[in-house]
Write a protein that binds this ligand. Sequence first.
Ligand SMILES: *Cc1c(COP(=O)(O)O)cnc(C)c1O
Length: 234
Amino acid sequence: MPMTDFAHNLEAVRQRIAAAAHNAGRAPESVALLAVSKTFPAQDVRAAHAAGQRAFGENYVQESVDKIEALADLRASLEWHFIGPLQSNKTRLVAERYDWVHSVDRLKIAQRLSEQRPAGMAPLNVCLQVNVSGEATKSGVAPQEAAQVAHAIAALPNLRLRGLMSIPEPEATLDAQRAPHRQLRELFNSLRADGLTLDTLSMGMSADLEAAVLEGATIVRVGTAIFGTRDYSH
Ligand SMILES: *Cc1c(COP(=O)(O)O)cnc(C)c1O
């Protein structure tokens, strides 16, 4: 297999983000790129890091703990974001190792992360995952519950609630892709109007990042377009 050209792929994704930001009348720097490295080995993260990428997203606790360990020498210049489904019995590993969790989908998980965040570490940045209409995964709070859960999370001592995250159903057209992202942005705006200090909309992946940027995404989570097609066979 030829080696993936991470520098080339990263540049192409950055160009897509910049073009979409331009179309939205936004500064390209207002959109951060999270490189989703799940299923790819530590050496691929290392290569993407060498190409200038700093923030990486992972979905599986054990796989990522091993990877974080293997890349311990780069820790000071890496940001680790947990973006996958999180079970109660795995929260401690995440609370001790990560900088962000995008996939907080119930108060109990947030409470455990706050309790288990080691003293002396910065507060863990979190997003509340919202199940906007037709979300492909069943994870996430219902939009009508989001305000109540968000206020409760914002009150926890060792977390910093940064915003909202969603994983909408794949759609083929730009307009169809924009609809759920717009819904998340409107919810985000209403929570801010309600007094929560939020600055993060985590939405958009390889196939729909343009739609997400047009609707206000501040972090896009991109895997395939950087690392290639995932192989789940082992
Ligand atoms: C895998 C994954 C991504 C990246 O998806 P691509 O289509 O490969 O860009 C983004 N967000 C979440 C939550 C994921 O699980």
